[in-house]
Design a protein around this ligand. Structure first.
Ligand code: APR
Ligand code: PHB
Length: 402
């Protein structure tokens, strides 16, 4: 027996993109069903990045999701770039007229969004099996099995928010998408550590042994990363070996080092840049990691996902309000402009701060010159700062409603 149902927007994936889209549509009075193949706990516990641009904080606050974010999020008005044994502070707020970033884990964002969704009573199906999409040209349908029952969900449009490995992008016929990709010859070994932050800002370190990053999650938990080969087995790194390498790369001449503590979680992620264009095929709209990946060095992934769904919600709202299709037609181009700017910034941060295997003496010296210029020229610092805190949104931030 197949159960057949209908909705306005069928959303595949309950990551930040899918959940935030569902929330924005709810505020506009538009029905959606969210279909996720993992469990609720898995989605909430997955450790990911955690830097929110000023615009993402403004958006989440405007749509009623700013409560815990304001209490527990850690606002940072500066960041450090370290090289040659010295930390250089860039005053983000001063360079951008008062803008800043907020450190708030992606899993906290997801937790808040799931709570908000649950409070609306609108459908959010976890542990959906065999999810597929078809009829993309004129009768978009999501099929899946949930609690043992085959489901056929007929939609006006489908939002493919199912991440890089999802099925939505793969359901678009070969030839209809152009893929742009760059794979980097390194990955990040990331740890969560039970250790209070020893610095009040994030520290991006360029070191002759490779890049390292100091970040945090709370007054008692730090998040740190080390550049490693992309296919590095995590088993090769004991906790002691990780700390030894962190301390060697991060220690600065003024005696600063991260606090050492129990390692709560560790994993290796390869770095890549990826864009699939256009982000639309018929009535399927891709958003977030389903359409693009940035290396984490620029901290743009979650923010780009939020921008995509803001543009999509705005376009879908205009469609239902007065039959306008121009915003839906412009969705891909509108998003791709920002995405390419973020790709360029993330690529630049990555290539400036990491050590490429096989880099020549010239490459290494030029990188140091880049960093010297960056930390001495107000123009260069302003350029980094305005991109790091986030360029202005493509569409106006919606006003808080429900
Ligand atoms: N059916 C249903 N859901 C699926 C399927 C499928 N076949 N495949 C994947 N999913 C789910 C995943 O389990 C995940 O919960 O889609 C969701 C996609 O979420 P994310 O990968 O977090 O992607 P997105 O919402 O676009 O958020 C982008 O995630 O990777 C980070 O740095 C990135 O912060 C950025 C953010
Ligand atoms: C993080 O806190 O996880 C983090 C911070 C900055 C980055 C990437 C990740 O550039």
């Amino acid at each position: 027996m197949t159960s057949v149902s209908k909705t306005q927007v069928g959303i595949v994936g309950a990551g930040p993109a899918g959940l935030l889209l569902g929330h924005l549509l709810h505020l506009a009075g538009i029905d959606s069903v969210i279909v996720e193949n993992r469990s609720r706990d898995y989605v909430i516990d997955r450790v990911r990045a955690g830097v929110l641009e000023q615009g993402t904080v403004d958006l989440l606050t405007a749509v009623g999701l700013g409560g815990r974010l304001a209490r527990e999020g850690m606002r940072h008005e500066g960041l450090y770039i370290a090289f040659g044994g010295r930390r250089h502070r860039l005053d983000l707020a001063k360079l951008t007229g008062g803008r800043a970033i907020t450190v708030y884990g992606q899993n906290d964002v997801v937790k808040d969004l799931i709570e908000a969704r649950t409070a609306t009573g609108r459908p959010l199906h976890f542990e959906a099996e065999d999810v597929s999409v078809d009829g993309l040209a004129s009768s978009p349908t999501i099929r899946f099995r949930h609690l043992g029952v085959e489901q056929e969900l007929r939609c006006d449009v489908i939002a493919g928010c199912d991440g890089f490995h999802g099925i939505c992008r793969q359901s678009i016929p070969a030839g209809a998408l152009t893929v742009y990709e760059q794979v980097y010859p390194f990955g990040w070994l990331g740890i969560l550590a039970e250790a209070p932050p020893s610095c009040d800002e994030l520290v991006y370190t360029h070191h002759p042994r490779g890049f390292a990053l100091f970040s945090m999650r709370s007054p008692t938990v730090t998040r740190l990363y080390l550049q490693v080969p992309p296919d590095e087995p995590i088993e090769r790194w004991s906790d002691d070996a990780i700390w030894d390498e962190m301390l060697v790369r991060m220690r600065t001449d003024d005696g600063w080092v991260p606090n050492v503590g129990r390692v709560l979680q560790k994993s290796v992620t390869p770095l890549r840049s990826f864009v699939a264009a256009p982000m639309r095929h018929g009535r399927l709209f891709l958003a977030g990691d389903a359409a693009h990946i940035v290396p984490p060095t620029g901290a743009k992934g979650l923010n780009l996902a939020a921008c995509d769904v803001q543009v999509l919600a705005d376009a879908v709202t205009a469609y239902y309000a007065n039959g306008r299709t121009d915003l839906l037609d412009g969705y891909s181009d509108t998003c791709l402009r920002r995405i390419w700017w973020a790709q360029r910034f993330s690529w630049w941060m990555t290539s400036t701060l990491h050590l490429a295997p096989g880099a020549s003496a010239f490459d290494r010296r030029r990188q140091v010159a880049d960093l010297e210029y960056l930390t001495r020229s107000t123009a260069a610092m302003t350029s980094l700062a305005e991109q790091y805190v986030g360029l202005p949104p493509e569409v106006p931030v919606p006003t808080a409603g429900v």
